[in-house]
Ligand binder design. Structure first.
Ligand code: KMH
Ligand code: ZN
Length: 275
């Protein structure tokens, strides 16, 4: 059944530097302002990576708690912390992200080459993340960088049970050099594979770099949801840098409206995601 569109904004990520991308929100003030403006446009979820005083990626526990509190105070967005962090972050720090008590957290379903790096997600680590989120009532978003990650998710749910809230939501992260391509064919293959997951499983998709537009269009036409933001996209069109996360959210909202699947409110999104 086709519903409205869940729009997630991923405003910062861990890969771009502030020096290279000055519009990237890196301070708490920049992040909360971005969050408020994206919420006003139609975003319902914010996928959060934070930075330190030098704008480097960090998983500092105090900063994460402060960030969750500020986003809750300033917006009604669903706060999803990244447990992916940067490719250099150790597993213990990534697990400790859950201590900040977000509504949701990401859980990547396997190891993937990530440009010249490796984004390591061992099976035991995935199991730890999944079961700790179950215990704490944190709803996961399972990040799928490759088709086989969906098979790993099927195995995870079969062995360890459904996530907190009982609903399964996945995000196809497409077009990472080393992962699946950001194409309609790849998205359809992933959506087909959802038939082996619990009935009612929902998906979002994001296309990195130049796959942003094809993935957005494919996801909307296939009944999926959207993640957009400067974590994944820093070029709006050929030769035109992204000016702000709001520009990307506004484009996603207009595409969703064109598809007659308008943005879900945060309250509707909470219902969809089992929060
Ligand atoms: N920064 C990437 C290495 C996530 O947030 O869970 C991992 C990532 C996935 O962004
Ligand atoms: Zn992320």
């Amino acid at each position: 059944m086709t519903t409205g569109t869940l729009i997630t904004v991923a405003p910062t990520g861990a890969e771009s530097s502030k020096a290279d991308v000055p519009a990237l929100p890196v301070t708490l003030d920049e992040l909360t302002l971005t969050a408020k403006e994206c919420a006003a446009l139609g975003a319902a979820v914010i996928h959060v990576h934070i930075r330190d005083d030098e704008a480097r990626p960090t998983l500092d526990a105090g900063r994460l708690r402060e960030t969750v509190a500020a986003l809750r105070e300033g917006t009604d967005l669903i706060v999803q912390l990244s447990t992916g962090g940067a490719v250099t972050d150790p597993e213990a720090a990534r697990l400790a992200v859950l201590d900040a008590g977000p509504d949701m957290a990401s859980c990547t379903m396997g190891t993937v080459n990530f440009g010249d790096d490796v984004f390591l997600n061992r099976w035991e680590f995935i199991v730890d993340l999944h079961t700790r989120m179950q215990e704490r009532g944190i709803v996961p978003e399972y990040e799928i960088f490759d088709l086989g990650h969906l098979t790993a998710l099927q195995r995870l749910l079969g062995k360890y049970g459904l996530p907190a809230g009982g609903h399964v939501h996945v995000d196809f992260v497409m077009g990472v050099p080393g992962g699946m391509p950001g194409t309609t064919d790849a998205l359809v293959a992933c959506r087909q594979a959802l038939q082996d997951l619990p009935a009612g499983t929902t998906f979002s998709a994001t296309g990195v770099g130049r796959s942003t537009l094809p993935v957005m269009l494919a996801s909307l036409s296939a009944g999926g949801h959207l993640r957009v933001g400067m974590e994944d996209t820093i070029t709006y069109a050929k030769g035109q840098p992204v000016e702000s996360n709001m520009q990307l959210v506004a484009r996603a909202v207009s595409f969703a409206q064109l598809a007659q699947r308008p943005p879900l409110t945060p309250a509707e999104a909470r219902q969809l995601l089992g929060l």
